[in-house]
Write a protein that binds this ligand. Structure first.
Ligand code: SF4
Length: 292
């Protein structure tokens, strides 16, 4: 059977996927806002254990169509290991249509486009990449370990290999002082990458992280929901995407928006304009948020 080693995280869009912990924890584990794997030492799991879990899942859920490789940055594992794992998934699940994983910028630095291409051929075709911000000062504060230019470079390696990217931007990460710069620079980076999916989350201090320490010390200038809406509006307005799906429906968002870009951009902006212009009467805003 599959015994998950908690805590376990997956993107919202992998709710119907088989989750397989190819690795445990995050090999980088430095981002100031991230508390996901602070208590877990990083390691690659033995192939034999994973094979047993695949066998177990094959007997009980034979119709599996999607597999998500956890934990934080499974792409950092050796390409030969990932290839063997993906080949086993393909062999055991005849209906399998895609394998996906989180990909840290550090994992993207390590993997060559050729390796990514070979892994794509055995099904690993979608990476979730936390860009968080395109603003160098913000990236440095978050300790992402790369600047905006490097973020673009490594993401383009994945593009070159034909991988679909799903990228995340962290609203509020620039606090008030850098809010607009964070929005515009993030849009610039996302435009350069042209991901298939782009989503926004709201930066939320969680315990046992450096960000929490700053928050407790009163150093985090948290944006109000309407300021976050203004930041999102600037970000969306500056996006110039050819064919992407946009979502801001993660639980951390105050406003759940979704649409295809560029088609739905005017409607998304109009919704945000309505909220910003007349928050009291925006019927989809919860009562507690009005007047903030
Ligand atoms: S790379 Fe991802 S999982 Fe690792 S610490 Fe940063 S945000 Fe967390």
């Amino acid at each position: 059977m599959i015994v998950y080693q908690e805590p376990l995280f997956r993107p919202p869009s992998e709710a119907n996927s088989l989750i397989l912990q190819a690795t445990l924890g995050c090999s980088y584990n430095e981002c100031t806002f991230c508390g996901m794997y602070r208590q877990k030492a990083f390691r690659v799991r033995p192939m034999e254990e994973l094979q047993q879990e695949i066998e177990w899942a094959k007997r009980r859920i034979p119709g599996i169509r999607k597999v998500f490789l956890a934990d934080g940055d499974a792409l950092i594992a050796k390409a030969s290991f990932l290839k063997e794992l993906c080949q086993s998934l393909q062999a055991n699940f005849p209906h399998l249509r895609r394998i996906s994983t989180y990909a840290s910028p550090q994992a993207l630095q390590v993997r060559s486009p050729e390796e990514m291409q070979q892994l794509k051929q055995v099904g690993l075709s979608l990476y979730y990449l936390g860009i968080e911000s395109g603003h160098d000062q913000v990236l440095q504060k978050l300790q992402k370990g790369v600047d905006a230019a490097e973020m673009i470079r490594v993401a383009q390696k994945a593009n070159q290999a034909g991988i679909r990217l799903s990228v995340m931007i962290l609203l509020g990460a620039g606090n008030r002082a850098l809010s607009q710069g964070h929005a515009l620079e993030s849009a610039r980076v996302v435009n350069a990458i042209q991901p298939r999916f782009v989503s926004t989350l709201v930066m939320t201090p969680v315990e046992n992280t450096p960000l929490w320490g700053d928050f407790e010390a009163g150093l985090v200038d948290t944006l109000s929901p309407l300021e976050l809406a203004a930041e999102l509006r600037s970000f969306l307005a500056a996006l110039d995407l050819k064919a992407s799906v946009f979502r801001s429906n993660h639980a951390s968002n105050y406003l759940a928006l979704a649409g295809s870009l560029p088609k739905d951009k005017p409607a998304l902006l109009a919704t945000l304009d309505q909220v910003l212009k007349d928050p009291e009467n925006a019927s989809f805003i919860p009562e507690w948020m009005r007047g903030l």
